[in-house]
Write a protein that binds this ligand. Structure first.
Ligand code: NAP
Length: 310
């Protein structure tokens, strides 16, 4: 068992690291359980052009590395493991990590973010990184002059399609309905692009060929007439939304129907002393800068709450 901490922060994206900087500067000596793949979703992006303060843009991983250095410099400590369970039923709260080590704290800030939603096909798992991707900006380069499909009909799918259209020879959007959910401006742009085409009312049933360890085609079912066709492609980009990383809090914290943490009073969750920041509770803004803002708010709320506890 590690020493009892004043505050443990779970997660190391912009929300977690900003909370670390603020709680460290408030003298709370935070422990950041940063996960086995630290840095959050910005680690999967290339150029970030909308984070204030970087007129030329900054690479996502560089921004996260700078935030981590800043948190470390002001005194945050890090454990590079995944939290596998928590006990929020009594104080001090306990957090157990992969290796079995347990940590105790008077307060927790949860900043575990969200992950890309997957279709749930075994072939998709088998081919992830071998032609199946959830991030065009990360992997689009590998599909230069190749054919790709994008699954989804929201803003993310349109953004992925438009990004890929600059590289790939063709982009086919496969959507389960006959209307896009995406905002009009992105719809118009995608529909007007000469390299982007659409397959409507269709779901991907299988990605072929997991045995060959590369993507060669998708098997598609038309949900209106039931016809099944095979559509050749070199890559599949899944862009069907995100799911919050709240599995380990289920049954202990109030979550909404999609699994996002529900906030009660400012950034405090349904358990006093447990705070949440970033994409783990916010499915509306989902930006690095708003996540960082929430991290700051949670740190200040946490510090004030700890003072009331003596
Ligand atoms: P989203 O708006 O939830 O859209 C998800 C899309 O995937 C929907 O079209 C949905 O179909 C489809 N889908 C969901 N589950 C599926 C499944 N199992 N199989 C097949 N299709 C499935 O998610 P998002 O596009 O990631 O956007 C999330 C939020 O971020 C939105 O508020 C969006 O506006 C925002 N965002 C904004 C921008 C921008 O403004 N530049 C960029 C990216 C994201 P249905 O339509 O049938 O439900």
């Amino acid at each position: 068992m590690g020493d009892r901490k004043r505050v443990i922060i779970l997660g190391s994206g912009p929300a977690g690291l900003t909370a670390a900087i603020y709680t460290a500067r408030a003298g709370l000596h935070p422990l950041v359980i940063e996960g086995s793949a630290p840095g959050g979703q910005l680690m999967l992006t290339t150029m970030v052009e909308n984070f204030p303060g970087f007129p030329e843009g900054i690479m996502g991983p560089d921004l996260m590395s700078a935030m981590r250095q800043q948190a470390e410099r002001v005194g945050a400590e890090f454990v590079t493991e995944d939290a596998v369970s928590v006990d929020l039923t009594r104080r001090p709260f306990t957090v157990t990590v992969q290796s079995g080590e347990r940590y105790e704290a008077d307060a927790l800030i949860i900043a575990t973010g969200a992950s890309a939603k997957m279709l749930g096909l075994p072939s998709e798992q088998a081919l992830l990184g071998h032609g199946v991707s959830t991030c065009a900006t990360c992997d689009g380069f590998f599909f230069k002059n190749k054919r790709v499909v994008v699954v989804g009909g929201g803003d993310s799918a349109m953004e992925e399609a438009l990004f890929l259209a600059e590289l790939a020879s063709s982009v086919t959007v496969i959507h389960r309905r006959d209307q896009l959910r995406a905002s009009k401006i992105l719809q118009d742009r995608a529909m007007a692009h000469p390299k982007i085409s659409f397959i409507w009312n269709s779901v991907v049933e299988e990605i072929l060929d997991p045995e060959a360890k590369r993507v060669q085609a998708v098997r598609i079912r038309n949900v209106v007439d039931g016809t099944v066709t095979t559509y050749p492609t070199d890559g599949v980009f899944i862009a069907i939304g995100h799911v919050p990383n709240t599995q380990i809090f289920r049954g202990q914290l109030e979550l909404d129907e999609k699994g996002y943490i529900v906030l009660r009073e400012r950034t405090m969750t349904s358990v006093p002393g447990v705070f949440a920041a970033g994409d783990v509770h916010d499915h509306v803004y989902r930006q690095a800068v708003t996540a960082a803002g929430f991290g700051c708010m949670a740190a200040i709320d946490c510090e004030r709450w700890l003072k009331t506890q003596g």
